[in-house]
Structures are given as structure tokens and as C-alpha cells.
Design a protein around this ligand. Structure first.
Ligand SMILES: [Zn+2]
Length: 587
């Protein structure tokens, strides 16, 4: 997060980083105006470029999907890096040393580098033990029993975490890692009495790599009954479980080639699927499949096949799935596994029940997530009376109305009508009624924004364009001048920021991603030649009008003669506001 590194160093990175060059690695940019570049958006599918880059402001924004921010935001979104990683990568490229705020002397190599070294050293030690340690016999037997060879284990870097209390910890100390580094890499923890303990003990260990193949954490399977069955690295500077997919570094090429990713729930599932030729298989790492995972997958392909067991697929669909597929723009399908079998079982069982052909058949037979849900809903109902059919249809409507494509909705309506034995138009009507309600609430057309909202955007754009303009208005402008919550947030962020820097450095100081995105959009949409004073005067006028309207409404609701003193005071206030507002008319 911002603040870990010295702002001075970050500012230098931001200043010197060539945003156009960084983005050009992901999409082709062409000069589009005196100071802007345009290209096809790397974050959504489009045919005409709406992705805009302003190198002077060091800001980008997509007018199609709303992605936007500065160079750090871009690397985070496009390459799945954390802020720290993005900053370090750019700094390294530019030859800038990032110092940390704490005032600590810069570590030998950067902090992240050292943690990566620790993780790699641990991985190597685990492998050595799995291969040779007598204690690891139980782990070797487990690997074999699951159907994996010694070569498989080697290919995936499987290892064994020793059962001693601090065997790995002492091994890493011997390699000149500090206790803090070992803890920060998620490899040891500190007990209440202050002793260091290995996090993973007596377990089979799967190394988890980031996109570039560097080991950043581990998943560790119990070899006996001790809970939990799987133990994963904690969140560290290296390991962000919501943004990691096991096997992605190996699978990304095949994802691009085949246009799809197979997502499983287990590390052995990934190994098993790769072994039978499904090279696009990945797994979540100790967390549920979420939006961040889809965003990462979307960079390589736009079709995701869930090879989950039926319960897990069902709960994914009902809790998160539909929102995500539409939002991220991926097609999600569910592969129907034989009951009681996970993908590894299926891949590694002898033919014809298992093996490459059986896996291929299951993947080819994957059904769209929505259809999977529709069938699940239908199974819950008896469908033998008109009432039960009506109930089923009502349960189905939300599943269907979240589908953005009318063609797809129509096709499903047709199939449902056949299954229920009812008229197709009845199904269509039931769905479209709900569908209208949802699409109306999500439609937000910029052209039709009310005047004061456009004015608010203009005002914020002016401030973002040149943060020093804040000096001219900060004495009197308040959040009351803005009606939309996101505009208020942005103003608050602007007022709190230091104005010295560029647009991009102001954006970086905004508290959250949504506000930064809005900031980037506004910074690139400056459509006014008016002065700051002019725009803010009109904001003040709008604010007065709103106050007057609300006072009038309050006065109108008062019982006549109920509380003369109170209504009198309201009336006085109204007169005062009216006279203030009239001054605008005279201008
Ligand atoms: Zn876009």
C-alpha cells in the first residue's frame, strides 16, 4: 500500500515511468489527440478503441469499461501485481532504489526479493526432504497412492515439511535469513512465549508460484488425521490468496491457446488434469473463487470451466457466479463430474472410467453456469401441479434475468418451457418483467446526466487537471456542494491530498480503487474551458437551490400555527438563502 515506500521515491518512479510504454506492452496505442493516445482496452473486449492514455497526466481511462488510474493501477490490473510489486518492478527498471518509510536502512536487495529468496530456499529444502528423508516415507506413499509418479512430484516441486518444531526455521537461519524475513515470508510464526515455530510441519507441500513462476507460498496437506486437511501460507507481502491460482504460471500458455481455463478446487486436481493433457487447469489456493481470480484469468482467455463437485459449483453460482461473469466478461461453465469423484480421481483412474478420454468427455460436456443452476432449481420442485410449476418459474426468473443477452435468455426460456410443459411466452413474460426491473436500475447513461451532476463532474475534473486550483476554493467548498456520494468521496480525497504533485500522484492518494477510477475518468474528460471560479459559483448556486427547496418543503409540511416561533425561524432562513441566491441572478 502507499506509505510503505517513501513518497519521494514513489513520486520519482511515477514521474519517470513511461505510461505509454508500459501500456504498449499490453495493447497497441495510437496518437489520438494533441496529448492523448488511444487503443483497444486490455481489460474488456472491444472493436473500437475507447481506452485513452494521457502521458502528460500519467493517467489512463477506458470509456468502455471504466478501468482507469495511474501506472501502478495499470500494472496491478494488467499483471495482477500488488502495489508494492508494481512499484518495485518499475523502480528496478528505472534504476531507482525504493526506501521504506520506517527509516530502516534499505535491505540488501529489496524486501520482496529477500522474501522470494526465503520461499525458494524453503521450497528447495522441502523437495530435498521428500526425495531422501526417511521421515517423508509417508508423504511419498501418499503421492504414489494418489497415482502420481516420482517424476510428477519433481515436475511440480512437491516437497515434505519436516515435523520438527523449527527444523525449517533453523535451516533458513543457517542460510542467513533473519527471523523477521522467515516470519514475513509466512514460513514460521512466533509463539506467545516468543519462540519461532515452523508453520508447516509433517505435511506434503505444494509450492504456489506467481505468474512469473516465483514461489510465493505453499499449500500443505496433512498426512494423518490432524486438522486442517490443507494449510496454506498466510497473507504476506508475497502471497495474496485472492489473486493467486495454483498452476497459472504453467497453464497460461494453454489458456491462450485453447481459449479456456479449467478451474478446480485442489492442487492434486491440477496435477492430475495436466498429466492427462488438460494444460489449462488451475486451482484456487485456500480461498473461494472470486472476482479477482476471474479478472486474472480473463487476461488469458474468456471461458472458465469449473471442475468443482456439484455442491461447490452450486454454491459458487448462487452466491457469486452470475454477477462476476457479466462484470468480468467471462463465460462460466460447469463440468459435471461423476458423483463422488474429484478431477484427479477421474484423470488418474484406469480407462475407461478415467483417463484422458473420460476427462475430455466431461470437459466437453460442460454446461453453462446458468443452465446448471436452472436444472438445479427445477430439481428442487416436483413440477407435477400448475402451482409447483409457477413456483419453479418464479425461482428461475432471477437466475435468468441476470443474463445480459436477450438471445441467451430466449433460448433458455424455450428450453424451460419445454421442460415444464408450459407456453413459451409465459416463461418469456415472467423473465422479462424481472429483467426490466434490473436493467433499468443498472443503466447509467452519461449523456442524460442531470445538469448539476455534469457540473459536479466538471468541477472535480478541473481540480484533478491542476490540483493547485484547490487553493482557490478550499476555504469554502464543502461536500454539500456535491450530491453524489462518489463525488463527495473524491472531493474529500482531493482536499486531503497534498497538491504539490501531478494528477497521477493525486490519484494515488485517493483512498480506494473506485474513487481512483472515477478520478482517472474525470481527469481525461475535462470538457470545459470555464474558470474554476465560474464552475464553483454555479455549484454554490445549485447548493443554495437545494437548500431552498428543502426548506420550502419543510415549511409546507408544518401544521398552520402549530409552532409560530419555529416556522418563523425557518422563514427567516429561507429569506436569507433567497437573497443569497438572487445575487447570482445579478451577476
Ligand atoms: Zn475497457
Amino acid at each position: 500500500m502507499p506509505g510503505r515506500f517513501m513518497e519521494q521515491d514513489l513520486a520519482e518512479v511515477r514521474e519517470r515511468a513511461n505510461l505509454v510504454e508500459v501500456i504498449s506492452a499490453h495493447t497497441q496505442l495510437r496518437k489520438a489527440g494533441p496529448r492523448t493516445f488511444k487503443g483497444l482496452c486490455p481489460f474488456h473486449q472491444e472493436k473500437t478503441p475507447s481506452f485513452t492514455v494521457d502521458p502528460a497526466k500519467q493517467v489512463y481511462y477506458c470509456f468502455g469499461c471504466g478501468a482507469g488510474g495511474d501506472v501502478f493501477d495499470f500494472l496491478r490490473a494488467a499483471e495482477g501485481l500488488s502495489f508494492a510489486e508494481a512499484a518495485e518492478r518499475l523502480a528496478t527498471r528505472l534504476g531507482i532504489t525504493l526506501r521504506t518509510e520506517a527509516g530502516a536502512a534499505p535491505a540488501a536487495g529489496s524486501g520482496r526479493r529477500r522474501l522470494l529468496d526465503a520461499a525458494r530456499a524453503a521450497a528447495a529444502y522441502f523437495i530435498e526432504l521428500l526425495n531422501a528423508s526417511p521421515e517423508a516415507a509417508v508423504a511419498r506413499r501418499y503421492v504414489e497412492a494418489r497415482g502420481f509418479s516420482k517424476d510428477d512430484a519433481t515436475a511440480w516441486g512437491l516437497g515434505y515439511a519436516p515435523s520438527g518444531r523449527d527444523t525449517l526455521y533453523r535451516h533458513l537461519l543457517g542460510r542467513k535469513f533473519t527471523p523477521d524475513q522467515i516470519v514475513e515470508a509466512g514460513l514460521a510464526l512466533v509463539t506467545e512465549s516468543g519462540e519461532h515455530r515452523d508453520r508447516f510441519r509433517g505435511r506434503l507441500v505444494f509450492p504456489i508460484a506467481d505468474l512469473s513462476g516465483d514461489v510465493v507460498g505453499f499449500g500443505a496437506r496433512a498426512l494423518g488425521d490432524e486438522p486442517p486437511k490443507y494449510l496454506n501460507s498466510p497473507e504476506t507481502a508475497l502471497y495474496h490468496k485472492s489473486k493467486l491460482l495454483y498452476g497459472l504460471d504453467r497453464a497460461k500458455k494453454e489458456m491462450v491457446r485453447s481459449g479456456q481455463a479449467v478451474v478446480t478446487e485442489g492442487y492434486t486436481d491440477v496435477m492430475g488434469l495436466h498429466k492427462v493433457g488438460v494444460g489449462s487447469a488451475v486451482a484456487t489456493c485456500g480461498t473461494a473463487l472470486g472476482e479477482d481470480h476471474f479478472t486474472i484469468i480473463k487476461r488469458f482467455c474468456d471461458r472458465v470451466i469449473l471442475a468443482f463437485d456439484a455442491d461447490a459449483a452450486g454454491s459458487f453460482a448462487s452466491e457469486r457466479g452470475f454477477g462476476i461473469d457479466a462484470k468480468v466478461g467471462v463465460e462460466v461453465l460447469v463440468a459435471l463430474l461423476p458423483p463422488g469423484k474429484d478431477p484427479a480421481d477421474l484423470a488418474l483412474a484406469p480407462e475407461p472410467d478415467g483417463g484422458a478420454a473420460a476427462v475430455e468427455e466431461v470437459i466437453k460436456g460442460a454446461v453453462p453456469l446458468r443452465w446448471f443452476m436452472i436444472e438445479a432449481v427445477l430439481r428442487r420442485h416436483r413440477l407435477d401441479t400448475p402451482e409447483s410449476k409457477g413456483k419453479a418459474l418464479r425461482d428461475l426468473a432471477p437466475v435468468l434475468s441476470s443474463e445480459p443477452s436477450r438471445v441467451v435468455r430466449g433460448e433458455y426460456a424455450f428450453r424451460i418451457a419445454r421442460l415444464l410443459g408450459v407456453d413459451e411466452r409465459t416463461v418469456q413474460q415472467e423473465i422479462s418483467e424481472l429483467g426490466r426491473a434490473t436493467s433499468a436500475s443498472t443503466a447509467r447513461r452519461r449523456e442524460s446526466l442531470p445538469g448539476h451532476v455534469r457540473l459536479e463532474r466538471e468541477a472535480l475534473a478541473l481540480l484533478l487537471d491542476s490540483p493547485r486550483r484547490l487553493d482557490q476554493v478550499e476555504d469554502w467548498v464543502t461536500e454539500d456542494h456535491f450530491t453524489l456520494p462518489e463525488h463527495r468521496l473524491l472531493l474529500r480525497g482531493l482536499l486531503a491530498s497534498s497538491r504539490a504533485g501531478s494528477t497521477a500522484s493525486i490519484l494515488e492518494q485517493l483512498p480506494d480503487e473506485d474513487t481512483r477510477r472515477l478520478g482517472a475518468e474525470l481527469a481525461l474528460t475535462l470538457g470545459t474551458n470555464e474558470s474554476v471560479e465560474e464552475v464553483f459559483m454555479r455549484l454554490e448556486e445549485f447548493r443554495l437551490q437545494r437548500q431552498i427547496q428543502s426548506l420550502r418543503a419543510t415549511l409546507g409540511r408544518l401544521e398552520p400555527g402549530a409552532d409560530p416561533a419555529y416556522s418563523d425561524s425557518l422563514f427567516q432562513e429561507l429569506m436569507r438563502l433567497e437573497s443569497q441566491r438572487r445575487r447570482f441572478d445579478d451577476r
